[in-house]
Design a binder for this molecule. Sequence first.
Ligand SMILES: [Zn+2]
Length: 144
Amino acid sequence: MASGFLLPDIEDDDTAPFWQGTARGQLLVQACSACRHRRMPPRPMCPACRSLQHTWMPLSGRGTLWSYVVAHPPLLPAYQSLAPYNVITVALDEDSQLRLVGNLVARADGPINEVDPATMRIGEPVRVVFQQVEDVFLPRWMRV
Ligand SMILES: [Zn+2]
């Protein structure tokens, strides 16, 4: 049964390897085959040198809380009862220009409203965890 949550297209040509990685418990990033520039989110062309060739490399899954917002209604129906909840941007340890959006959670499979936003601090260390929602393994973040 559909959750009502907004979920990514995990079969998209550019992003499918990323989602295959999360299903294995791995956080992957595209790395340009020509200049080695790493980029997030996945896309066909290197923004540094315009090469169309790339590989996928695993990351540590460690980062820092770079920014966040606290969502309040009006929201889509599936999110309504969870508000207020956090939406965070994480700067990855390997390169602070690599950033992912997700939620800070207290447990890998815990709800997105479990962490009190008043306790969140920019710069605090986090690590990736994964939660399966339908057929997608979503990266989420826990405090280290
Ligand atoms: Zn490049």
